[in-house]
Design a protein around this ligand. Structure first.
Ligand SMILES: Nc1ncnc2c1ncn2[C@@H]1O[C@H](COP(=O)(O)OP(=O)(O)OP(=O)(O)O)[C@@H](O)[C@H]1O
Ligand SMILES: Nc1nc2c(c(=O)[nH]1)N=C(CO)CN2
Length: 173
């Protein structure tokens, strides 16, 4: 069984609807509650809705998940401004970390698919929801998520997130 941790975010259009449609498409095994989060990286944009999910599938590679993520983004209209790399968007699906069928972490420097995600360790909006669904969460080759969240900057960012409500039942089957 291969496993992937995905971070989903939206700050344009009907944010919750965009994320719910993506979840219907991705069908995760475990999903965090929905969080409202201040924009990271570029302040001049609306607040985001974020959640982190875990998906497990036999024979599914990290690249398979990347194309699933791209499809989900296209279905949501993939509205974004290419001049603003951290700017507003209808849907963003990032592959945070992946493990292969043997349970070994997938490590990659390929710009098309860098694993673990190169900015995940800086983003409370990824780490807080992940830790909530997996207390043992660890970014392979980086650190345990609970250790990262003790860093002062991340701890401060973590306090600015607002947990809202579940949008995906973990019993979906
Ligand atoms: N771990 C990863 N997850 C998702 N995309 C990745 C990853 N590593 C590399 N990429 C590549 O990054 C490219 C740009 O992705 P995208 O436009 O979603 O970036 P972004 O969401 O604006 O920035 P960020 O990745 O910092 O959230 C994609 O075409 C994809 O091939
Ligand atoms: N809070 C928050 N900020 C962001 C997000 C996101 O999903 N949530 N995604 C971004 C795209 O890189 C840039 N900034």
């Amino acid at each position: 069984m291969s496993t992937v941790v995905l971070s989903l975010g939206a700050n344009l259009g009907d944010r919750e609807e965009n994320l719910t449609e993506a979840l219907d498409h991705l069908r995760p095994d475990l999903a965090s509650d929905l969080y409202e989060t201040p924009p990271w990286g570029e302040e001049d944009q609306p607040a985001y809705f974020n959640l982190t999910v875990i998906c497990t599938r036999a024979g599914h590679t990290a690249h398979d998940w990347l194309s699933q993520a791209a499809k989900a983004e296209m279905r949501a209209g993939r509205l974004r401004d290419p001049q603003r790399p951290y700017g507003p968007r209808t849907l963003d699906v990032d592959i945070i970390a992946a493990w292969d069928d043997h349970g070994d972490p997938v490590l990659s420097n390929d710009p098309q698919l860098t694993l673990p995600h190169p900015r995940a360790h800086l983003r409370a909006f990824v780490l807080v929801p992940w830790l909530a669904i997996d207390p043992a969460a660890e970014l392979p080759g980086v650190a345990k998520v609970r250790t990262l969240l003790r860093k002062p900057n991340l701890a401060a960012d973590a306090r600015s997130l607002r947990r809202l409500h579940p949008i995906w039942s973990n019993d979906h089957g």
